[in-house]
Design a protein around this ligand. Sequence first.
Ligand SMILES: *[C@@H]1O[C@H](CO)[C@@H](O)[C@H](O)[C@H]1NC(C)=O
Length: 457
Amino acid sequence: MGAVMKERLRLLWATAFAAFILAVDASFVEDLDESFKENRKDDIWLVDFYAPWCGHCKKLEPVWNEVGKEMGSIGSPVKVGKMDATSYSSIASEFGVRGYPTIKLLKGDLAYNYRGPRTKDDIIEFANRVAGPIIRYLPSQQMFEHVQKRHRIFFLYIGGESPLKERYIEVASELIVYTYFFSASEEILPEYVTLPEMPAVLVFKDGTYFVYDEYEDGDLTAWINRERFQGYLNIDGFTLYELGDTGKLVAIAVIDDKDVSAEHGRLKSIVQEVAKNYRDHFHRNFQFGHMDGNEYINSLLMDDLKIPTLVVLNTSNQQYFLPHKPIESTEDLVQFINDILEGTAEAYGGDGILQRIKRIIYDAKSTVGSVFKSSPLLGCFLFGLPLGVISIMCYGICTADTEGGSDEAETSKKETTSRDLTDEGTEEEQEEEYSESPVELPEREQEQKTILEKKRD
Ligand SMILES: *[C@@H]1O[C@H](CO)[C@@H](O)[C@H](O)[C@H]1NC(C)=O
């Protein structure tokens, strides 16, 4: 009896201690409630809007505590908080939260969305960048060199007050979520930089610099969106998603990074060379890079590409192009790209209705396939059980009285909300969904009407 008591006591202590550690850890992150709306105004806030049941949110939690701890220890003016968006849904929706977790930096009337990788360093870098001044002034050549060492890409405005500067500030206050914006006077520039005219906007990247030309490059926002990536990238799923905003075609060498045979390395260096030497010809329309492994690209394209290979993806409409013969020289690649530009290369995929249906079938197939592969028994259970439940439900619906109509409407409403919540897609996608709902509503009403009419009969 005594031993059991002791054991219990020890357990109690252990739990209390763990709770204490957690409390210490979490104390850097403020738990926000409805008072946040009033109290936040004077501060800059980095907030994680989460839902208690969401898996990605749980994965973010330890990272978030680390973020809070580090921001606290470096004495950042940014306060870190989290809000259960399901308990305070009206506040969350006021801030435009539509998926979980949503990370936002709130600064006065402005709210900036974080969309990068959910790691401590990336999140902190984002918070420091966005919380600071939109345009950072570089007073000296030393500062310029310092910035050049620290950032692989940054934009710089040279000159005094001008309409171009006003525009630059306007664009920067939106695109600060992606990259850095500086301003300086001409004297601080190194000698190798020559400006055709003043004022000027430049981008420093790829070991060189490029000057914005209003007549050739068009709108400043579009130019910055095109130029905010390095000329050659290591591409993963996230980068591809980001590149979607640029409307560019992405030429990807799909290779095995660990394979040291000449083939893989050669394809990569061909793409690198074209990216560098043909920049003037292609950079407006093309982004170059390589991707390690073919698994991601195959599931994206629903194709069966063998590595090493080259694929050109149109991020605006999901079409892709494959060369007829292997790319063995820069000339081959240049020829292939020109074929695409001239419209003579054959396009695969796309975002048409057939492709969408193919996507649904493909996703279902690969989910079922992977479950059965890893555990056949579980597979039978997982897919057998819902089938059984659905049959019972069908039976229930067929035999139930017509009250079922409103139930049905509610279920489909639930479905749409849960889809909204998990959706992490772009805003356009979400808007698309919103514009769909008015079409859905009359249909639902129609359904209920027919049911009512039936009842009357
Ligand atoms: C890429 O897709 C966009 C949108 O559908 C289209 O306007 C553009 O012509 C496509 N580019 C090529 C090279 O096919």
